[in-house]
Design a binder for this molecule. Structure first.
Ligand SMILES: Nc1ncnc2c1ncn2[C@@H]1O[C@H](COP(=O)(O)OP(=O)(O)OP(=O)(O)O)[C@@H](O)[C@H]1O
Ligand SMILES: [Mg+2]
Length: 240
């Protein structure tokens, strides 16, 4: 684990049009750490990830990734540097096969030689064996849970340093949520920095190291995940 955080978000304000959505949001994520941001609908979770990915400029504050401010770097260049965002709603290509969706990920990270490609595919197929079984099927024919696994695997084909996920549990059965969150925990244990945005507080807290509760665009509560788990009633009071 490095001593300087890989991602540092410092006192961010962000607006959409004339409406101020985020107010003074600060957090950090280090390599090997899984940080979760929990919040209700409309709390500002997606907006926060959009700011970190430089899809939306903050009006105040600074985001630093891997030692450099992100504001001067276009979103697709940040991805090349290892900041990978799995957006809400997954955004896999439904008409392409599972395999082709994974290959797109590899191409984005400029994996060129076939040996490395095969190694990376094998790694993802062992993470989520169902993807191997379905590799030749159109991604759009997969179940919601399988599509979310594909979205995670495709992101991992891009060789991230920081993986950000926007509500991967959305619409999924608890057992599948557990499979996906456990995979994220394992990735953090292997050294990846993970920023997980969620509404299912207790599930997210069960795999996270540190956590923040976002309410109306402000961080209302922060702590270690185990501290927040012990304060379930308080956490849930902020989720409304
Ligand atoms: N394009 C937009 N134009 C106007 N307001 C917006 C826009 N996008 C988001 N907002 C507003 O910003 C606030 C935060 O939205 P955001 O999508 O970040 O919330 P969220 O926490 O991701 O919610 P959800 O859990 O529903 O995905 C909401 O009040 C929302 O209505
Ligand atoms: Mg959202």
């Amino acid at each position: 684990m490095s001593s300087t955080p890989l991602l540092q978000v410092d006192a961010i304000d962000a607006s959409i049009g004339v409406i101020n959505i985020l107010h003074g949001v600060s957090l950090s994520v280090s390599s090997g750490e899984l940080v979760t941001v929990i919040g209700a609908n409309g709390a500002g979770k997606t907006t926060l990830l959009r700011v970190i990915s430089n899809l939306l400029k903050p009006s105040v504050g600074l985001v630093q990734f891997d030692g450099a401010p992100t504001t001067a770097v276009e979103a697709h260049r940040l991805a090349r540097r290892g900041l990978i965002h799995v957006p809400q709603g997954r955004q896999i290509v439904p008409t392409l096969s599972v395999l082709d969706n994974l290959i797109i990920g590899a191409e984005r990270s400029e994996i060129v030689d076939s040996e490395t490609l095969v190694e990376n595919l094998e790694r993802e197929y062992s993470r989520f064996p169902v993807l191997r079984e379905r590799k030749d099927l159109a991604a759009g024919s997969l179940s919601g849970g399988e599509q979310q696994m594909l979205a995670v695997s495709r992101a991992l084909m891009m060789r991230p340093k920081l993986l950000m996920l926007d509500e991967p549990s959305l619409g999924l059965a608890p057992q599948i949520v557990k499979t996906i969150l456990n995979a994220l925990r394992q990735l953090a244990d292997e050294g990846l920095a993970v920023l997980l945005v969620e509404q299912v507080a207790m599930a997210a807290l069960s795999v996270a190291d540190n956590a923040h509760v976002l309410r109306n665009g402000e961080i209302a509560l922060s702590g270690t995940a185990s501290e927040l788990r012990r304060d379930k009633a308080l956490v849930e009071s902020y989720l409304g």
